[in-house]
Design a protein around this ligand. Structure first.
Ligand SMILES: *Cc1c(COP(=O)(O)O)cnc(C)c1O
Ligand SMILES: [Zn+2]
Length: 365
């Protein structure tokens, strides 16, 4: 039987436990996850559920899918570099969050959960609202009042309850955790099922590239779930002998809100340096205290990647440059593109960028 296990004190909890972290404050991991093998891929399925034998969902009937995954790779030339973009914004709700949500909501259905709460700056909430609608799970979302209007509208139209919380992003998290006592906290950054779904990003890339990994992968990073999920996917492939080396993972933040940059510079895992949350157009990564910050740094150190920062001006410039190539993303997604100006790749190295969120969700600036 699969269970939750604290990564610090290793205490175990039943899977349907209502707490989202251990009594000691540690993060939950799943006690077992499936082993990768190419023969387990369902080649006739053209969604991320082609990896369903590699996902911790037992019964077919509990799968909640809106057709997520299997996003295309498109090559562009930008800032003097040849880059492969993976179009993660071509997802049912317009962001990569659907990979994690599809697996999380399927797990919730398997556990018999009937109502959930969550906090998010927009995309995770929209994603959860959509999948809960499909699954018939009641959903209440706590969102900062300053989130972009298209995202708020999207959350509401799926039929979710929306609570707009004034003040900084952390206030929405507190409000959701308060309410979670009477519901289930379906957190996209605490819940380990989300990371299982995000591992499929790595599986897909390697399948699409003929069982190779890129040399560089660049993520706009807030809570770091995308980077960690991808890291775990690549690790699994390497462990099974399908990859020789891991790609360098780069976490990019907005200069205005860059706690990971500070921690990376201090080369420490003891304490997350406290940083201010300035205003940024990259609302999706405006996170002052990413709870998985130690896991993010470990993945970056292990793969010889880096943490970078970009300015507001650079983000908006990158968004425009990319649009001039026909790809319209939201400013948060453009953060990774902006970093290309600072990346110094070796000749012939393959650079891959996930384009994380659709430009249609952003407001004119
Ligand atoms: C959530 C989000 C991110 C950041 O992902 P994390 O897993 O929090 O690091 C990046 N881009 C977009 C568009 C997002 O919605
Ligand atoms: Zn613990």
């Amino acid at each position: 039987m699969i269970k939750l296990r604290c990564e610090c004190c290793r205490r175990e909890y039943p899977l349907d436990s209502r707490g989202w972290q251990c009594a000691c404050g540690g993060l939950f991991e799943l006690t077992e996850t499936p082993t990768f093998s190419r023969s387990k891929i369902d080649k006739n399925n053209f969604t991320l559920w082609r990896y369903r034998n590699l996902l911790p969902i037992k019964r077919e009937k509990n799968i909640v899918s809106l057709g997520e995954g299997l996003t295309p790779l498109v090559q562009i030339n930008i800032y003097g570099l040849k880059v492969l973009c993976k179009l993660e914004f071509i997802a049912p709700t317009g962001s990569f969050k659907d990979r994690g949500t599809a697996v999380l909501v399927s797990a919730l259905k398997e556990m018999g959960v009937k109502s959930v709460v969550e906090d998010s700056s927009g995309n995770a909430a929209a994603s959860l609202a959509a999948y809960c609608a499909k699954a018939g799970i009641a959903c209440k979302l706590f969102v900062p009042a300053h989130a972009s209007p298209p995202k708020l509208r999207q959350i509401e139209i799926y039929g979710a309850k929306l609570a707009r919380i004034e003040g900084p992003r952390e206030k929405a998290a507190k409000a959701a955790q308060q309410e979670a006592r009477r519901s289930y906290y379906a957190s996209h950054y605490y819940n380990p099922f989300v990371l299982e779904g995000l591992k499929t990003f790595a599986y897909e890339i390697c399948e699409q590239l003929g069982w190779q990994a890129p040399d560089h992968l660049i993520f706009p990073t807030g809570h770091g779930t995308f980077l960690i999920g991808a890291y775990r996917g690549f690790k699994e492939l390497k462990k099974r002998g399908l990859l020789k080396k891991l790609p360098k993972l780069h976490a990019i933040q907005a200069e205005a809100c860059a706690p990971l940059y500070a921690a990376f510079a201090h080369k420490t895992q003891d304490e997350l340096p406290s940083t201010q949350a300035g205003t940024t157009v990259a609302e999706g990564i405006s996170i002052v205290r990413p709870v998985r910050w130690r896991q993010i740094l470990k993945a970056i150190w292990e793969t010889a990647g880096t943490v970078g920062i970009v300015s507001e001006e650079e983000i908006l410039h990158a968004q425009k440059e990319l649009a001039h190539q026909g790809l319209y993303v939201e400013p948060t997604a453009a953060v990774a593109v902006a970093f290309l100006k600072k990346l110094k790749p070796q000749r012939g190295e393959l650079i891959l960028l996930p384009l994380t969120g659709s430009g249609l969700k952003s407001v004119p600036i």
